[in-house]
Design a binder for this molecule. Sequence first.
Ligand code: G3H
Ligand code: 13P
Ligand code: ZN
Length: 324
Amino acid sequence: MPLVPMRQILDEAAKKGYGVPHFNVNNMEQAQAIMRGATEVKSPVIMAASKGALKYSEMIFLRNIMMACAERYPDIPLALHLDHGTSVDICQQAIDLGFTSVMMDGSLQEDGKTPREFDSNVEITREVVKLAHPLGITVEGELGTLGGVEDGVGSGKINLTDPDQVKEFVEKTNVDALAVAIGTSHGAYKFKIKPDPDKNLLAMDIIRRIHELCPDLHMVMHGSSSVPQEIVAQINQYGGAIPETYGVPLWAIKEGIDAGVRKVNVDTDLRLAVTATIRKVFHDEPAAFDPRKYLSPSRDAMQKVIESDTTHLAVRVMRLTMNL
Ligand code: G3H
Ligand code: 13P
Ligand code: ZN
């Protein structure tokens, strides 16, 4: 199957009421783990490159790795997505590279830190939609700001999305998908206390309200890593120093999907899995020096996270929903 527009994958998910995982990718091993995991659980997948990832890989390398995924795994519906594009220019670059979806994160200014005014967000997002839609490319926007900072990107402050602004935003921009701020944050440090299923963790009422107002809009939950405790423990066991921290639990993801979330963004969990594996190999085999000795098990560890019933979220929810 050729690459598909993200909208097609999300429309299908909306029809059947499941959520689709979005995984960030930076290198070949990560891309392979994503495709192997998606194949194992029979899941469509959204593979996303951030601005930082494209810079790290000099764009062309990552683009060709992502294209290789489509060629090598023709049975998996795959969308190539630009994550957190901060300008029209970066979105245009992704379109030129052959991406099937772009995120224009107009919630922040081009520095990726300072919040942007609503009207300016509308204007810049609309411009990207005008470039993308005639080519069949999906556009994700963002209203409200998430917490956490990744690679210097992010305001660090949470401003929850205002559902009343969403309707106007969608009508004016015609975006296909929207990242909503409901209390999640990027990175490993989301919650200091273990989330309690009997207490409200995220602002699900915002999701429900937006779904009522804009039933055809695909909502996106960024900052959805679950921060698996056993992986954090392994990092710390082998010399790491990650303080007590918790991610978004499966039950909260499921609540989100039931309320109308269609895309669930995960990056940190894969980063943690690689780090835990490399630390262990370095500890267990101090004389080893062939990078394949630690990159190969790192790839397996990422795949396990992607497939895992207890740690991975949308895939599991989808498997349950579709009885796969
Ligand atoms: O949402 C941000 C992603 O985790 C990408 O992070 O900008 O460090 O590549 P990055
Ligand atoms: P995490 O940091 O929770 O993995 O979120 C990633 C993300 O939202 C990418 O856009
Ligand atoms: Zn994000």
